[in-house]
Design a protein around this ligand. Sequence first.
Ligand code: NAD
Length: 480
Amino acid sequence: MTDYPDTALHIDGHWRQGAHKRTLAVHNPATGAVIGQVACAETTDLEEAAQAAERGFAVWRGTSAFARYKVMRQAAQLLRERVETVAHLMTLEQGKPLAEARMEVLAGADTIDWFSEEGRRAYGRVIPARQSDVYQLVIQEPVGPVAAFTPWNFPINQIVRKLASALAAGCSIVVKAPEETPASPAELIRVFIDAGVPPGSVNLVYGDPAHISSYLIAHPSIRKMSFTGSTAVGKQLASLAGLHMKRMTMELGGHAPVVVFNDADVALAAKTMVASKFRNAGQVCVSPTRFLVQEEVFHEFVEQFILHTQQLQVGNGLDARVQMGPLANPRRVAAMEDMVADAQLHGAQIKTGGHAAGAAGNFWTPTVITGLPSTAHAMTQEPFGPLALINPFASFDDAVREANRLPFGLAAYAWTRSARTAQRIAAAVETGMITINHLGLGTPETPFGGIKDSGYGSEGGSEALQAYMNPKFVSQAGLL
Ligand code: NAD
């Protein structure tokens, strides 16, 4: 028995099944058991969702920024009140420890609050004209109905950034949420419905991701798309969006370097980065992955990193003592097996972990690998799992060369006591975000996004709101 509900679509103000009443099974990654079903949208449902979003847009864009802010603040409040229920669902379907799920839900409420406020400050500007009786205005207008596609690693966080910035800008939205973790995102949608968004302004679908994205991106009612997921899929969707001249935000894969210099606080770096590496079992786009440690402190760092890693409690996320849950699906376990086997073939040393665990569920032991050549799979593909790869470096230039070797450029980390080194490494690494001597990424008020193959556009800060608005230039002469 489980207290996990089946998940419905939400189209034009109604919770309902898809046209063919098709469903997909949802599994608990800690046990492998089927815990529920999620409804699948057919083409007719997608058409209804797109049309509903067009009607919902007309109503929502006509709602004042102040009234929109009040609805959004109410949604945030409802999400806080429901934190225990929603976090429980998230742990059941995704596997992460309950404490992480709670944090994600509460951070989601903070994100809604921040964007709701920011929507009230989406100022245009007045540009001095070349004639005295002319006013030149820049007005910010919402882009229109948005299609958003989000993955299973952060069922709420991945949606809430897109949803809150779209709604704050005055856009309507059709969300294609993850089929593998559908119930907690549906609760996110529910708080907006309960807070009083107009019918059609927020729609939720699940089903065949490729069919849904190709239908919605091409649909004339949809004016912008936002995708979070792998670089491979992101490139396909970007080309489709380009074909149909749709605006887009792409938050794709990463392979974050962590540069630890000789003068770093090694103990703090090791402790902090272990917590960060194994959060959500490493299934995080900004997860620290390639640890580059300067030769003098290499052994000290590896030793301390292993010590903290071995202390992690792995198990079912519903157990309050657990710090790392299972991987979210069996595909990730297979990927870890392949990467570790390949690392061994490349002569690397598995310092701890390196194998599956538990009689049931997708458990993998937190893994530390050293001596991995850059040709190994894990050093070129995003592991997206609990693998820490640690190699030594000699000079600043060596570290930068390795940090910039891959086509990814999402997040980077550095540890040093030197202000000059901090400044130089921040300038030298090709990345969308870098955090030095602490963990400082991901608040709603700061930019969040990558460069190179990690995508483009921001999902945080005022830049995120701009991504959902078109500037309109109005030049108006006085009638004399
Ligand atoms: P995947 O690439 O098939 O799917 C990733 C996500 O994209 C899923 O949510 C999936 O439903 C969605 N997706 C896939 N094809 C799509 C399409 N044509 N249109 C719309 N959405 C589509 O692989 P996966 O096994 O689910 O995840 C593995 C890889 O995906 C990871 O190794 C990682 O690189 C990447 N990923 C990244 C993030 C992130 O936060 N950036 C999150 C999850 C997965």
